[in-house]
Ligand binder design. Structure first.
Ligand code: ADP
Length: 608
């Protein structure tokens, strides 16, 4: 520590700072005021021996005063308290030994006091190890000397000095004062330390309370954000349902070619908007830690073919070559994992590859890196010969709502959420995504997944009766109950049903649907989930509790505008058979209706 206030500034403030611990500060203060005290004590001794013709003692006292003054200066100048303490202790030890062995050649109360002071001072200033060392260095010779002194032989042939009683009194009193001072000083420091610890722990408690409040607030606001997004999604998806549904209906009505083109654009834009809403929702869900991974058995090779099926058409439309390479070892392997999330990841990567490639190829490769009996490490890679990514942007593209450049946004659209979702999903599984890319040459996104292998075979799905989706005649005889509170959706469904020539009845809320079930005869129920009075989940539970077994087992399909994947479990646990997410695809809804009605017909007891 340098003394900025000048060489002659001897203030203790130069060497104390807030960064030092309480103990260090106490040690520095002890040294600073202790040096003062020792200086004046030795000064008093010097005065008492000055007129008694004791040249050895005078010289020694003078020398000690000079050394103390130098140490004091050094301490206030450099602040190196450890070095000063060491020098002081060495000095004390030497005085002790010289006194006992040379000058007085005896061990008296003064020697004992000095030894005691050195022991206390070394422990307080330098800690246990140095304390022990200095204690031994001072105690052992004195003890040895006392044993030798029994025989009254002088170890060296110098006559011992005689010391006056007045000097002894001054020394004893001064030494006691120093000892009392050292103890008092350290006791104070010790008390202050305890008080500070108490204050720190009180501060800690206060901080913890504030932290808990802040966490609670953050959780509430995050919950409110999720709720808001989920409500918004419902609100946005409902009119979108109408837009997509209406464009489907218009397309079915054999429009003119120019109208067909406009309808295609309308449908494409609505689907695009839907994808954005779904992405935002999904990202929100991942961020709030609500993603639960499934562990189900599936054939990875088949899954890859299914994911890439639609993408191959898109790539071919752009004139790109699409290569799907699947390791032969995977052909008949059943793995355990979450096919929905794998689909989401691969779909995002392949969509990007197609989107950012103008010519050349897109290659999807799934290879086995390691095949242990019941565990397999698989490398997934999606490679393209597209526009590539600048080296500096390779990290940023994984941030939410970030695209490589503003030109990307203008040219290719998108929200910049796809890769953020992919990266976070993989991170939740402890997997890292790797990217290799060169601007103008293409990119490769890859990652490794460690999946358990199922030892038993996948159950073959029960053979379902063939369903004729082409003709509308299967549905002629059906009577469908629709529980739906939204007018536009009701209108839209009515149009579809009249096209399919099915009979339908509508309930504006869950309670009304349960009532209508009691009195009417229906083949299937389409149940909206968010409805006033009684929601779809509770209405389904009420229906399942009905006394009439036929009615209680009626097939129920949930209609949901929520894009969240956990809706599936909720729907099934409320006793419903399936769900269709709005805006629904007419063919999907039709297929599910027919499948469920046929399955019910097969389980119905046959009358003789
Ligand atoms: P989006 O596709 O909606 O823009 P993503 O998060 O999927 O959002 O991608 C972020 C950005 O990363 C893209 O805007 C694009 O700049 C860059 N990118 C992603 N995949 C590729 C690729 N295969 N080739 C070139 N750039 C890519």
């Amino acid at each position: 520590m340098s003394n900025e206030a000048g060489f002659f500034n001897l203030s203790i403030k130069n060497i104390l700072s807030d960064e030092q611990s309480m103990l260090t500060q106490a040690r520095i203060r002890l040294l600073y005021y202790g040096l003062f005290l020792v200086f004046f004590t030795v000064g008093a001794i010097l005065l008492s021996v000055l007129f008694l013709n004791q040249p050895a003692l005078v010289t020694m006292a003078g020398g000690i005063m000079l050394i103390i003054a130098c140490l004091f200066k050094y301490l206030t100048w450099r602040g190196d308290w450890k070095l000063v303490a060491q020098i002081l202790l060495i000095l004390g030890t030497m005085i002790n030994l010289i006194d006992a062995f040379i000058i007085f050649q005896k061990v008296d109360i003064l020697s004992i006091q000095l030894v005691l002071m050195i022991i206390i001072f070394s422990f307080y200033m330098l800690g246990q190890n140095w304390g022990l060392l200095y204690s031994l260095a001072n105690l052992l010779p004195v003890l040895l000397f006392m044993i030798y002194a029994y025989s009254n032989i002088y170890i060296i042939s110098i006559r011992p000095q005689h010391i006056e009683q007045s000097t002894i009194i001054i020394s004893v009193v001064a030494n006691f004062i120093i000892m009392v001072y050292i103890h008092n000083h350290f006791y104070n420091a010790f008390l202050k330390n305890i008080l500070q610890l108490k204050k720190t722990s009180e501060d800690q408690i206060r901080l913890n309370v504030n932290l808990e409040l802040a966490i609670d607030k953050a959780e509430k606001s995050s919950h409110a954000k999720s709720e808001f997004l989920s409500t918004m999604s419902h609100e946005i998806r409902t009119p979108l349902n109408a837009v997509i549904g209406m464009s489907n209906l218009l397309m079915m009505g054999e429009p003119r070619p120019d109208q067909e083109e406009n309808l295609e654009i309308l449908k494409f834009s609505a689907n695009n908007l839907l994808a954005i809403v779904n992405d935002v929702l999904d990202f929100n869900k991942i961020e709030s830690g609500k993603v639960i991974f499934e562990n189900i058995r599936f054939n990875l090779a088949e899954l890859m073919h299914n994911i890439c099926g639609g993408q191959i058409i898109k790539a071919n439309e752009k004139g790109l070559i699409f290569k799907l390479k699947i390791d032969d070892a995977l052909r008949n392997k059943i793995v355990i994992g979450d096919p929905t999330r794998i689909t989401q990841i691969i779909f995002n990567l392949v969509s990007n590859a197609i989107k950012f490639t103008r010519q050349g190829y897109v290659e999807v490769k799934v290879s086995v890196l390691e095949d242990r009996h019941n565990q397999i490490i698989i490398r997934f890679s999606v490679k393209d010969s597209g526009i590539g990514i600048e080296r500096d942007n390779l990290m940023a593209i994984f941030e939410p709502f970030t695209q490589e450049s503003i030109t990307t946004t203008r040219k290719y659209g998108g929200t910049g959420l796809g890769l953020a979702i992919v990266k976070r999903l993989l991170e939740l599984r402890g997997v890292q995504m790797h990217v290799l890319s060169k601007p103008g040459q293409g990119s490769e996104f890859s990652f490794n997944l460690d999946l358990p292998v199922a030892t038993e075979k996948l159950e073959e799905p029960a053979v379902q009766p063939a369903i004729d989706l082409e003709g509308d005649r299967d549905m002629d005889t059906l009577h469908i109950l629709v529980a739906e509170d939204n007018m536009v959706n009701t209108m839209l469904m009515k149009k579809f049903f009249s096209k399919w020539r099915v009979q339908s009845s509508f309930a504006e809320n869950g309670e009304r649907a349960v009532e209508m079930m009691q009195y009417g005869n229906f083949d299937i129920v389409l149940m909206d989930l968010q409805m006033p009075v009684l929601n779809g989940f509770d209405a389904a539970i009420e229906i399942r509790k009905m006394a009439d077994a036929q009615k209680a087992s009626i097939p129920i399909i949930a209609l949901t505008a929520s894009a969240l994947t956990d809706i599936r479990e909720k729907v099934f646990s409320a006793g419903m058979n399936d769900y269709v997410s709005k805006p629904f695809k007419p063919e999907e809804l039709k297929e599910k209706i027919i499948t469920l009605v046929n399955r019910k017909a097969m389980t119905r007891p046959q009358s003789i």
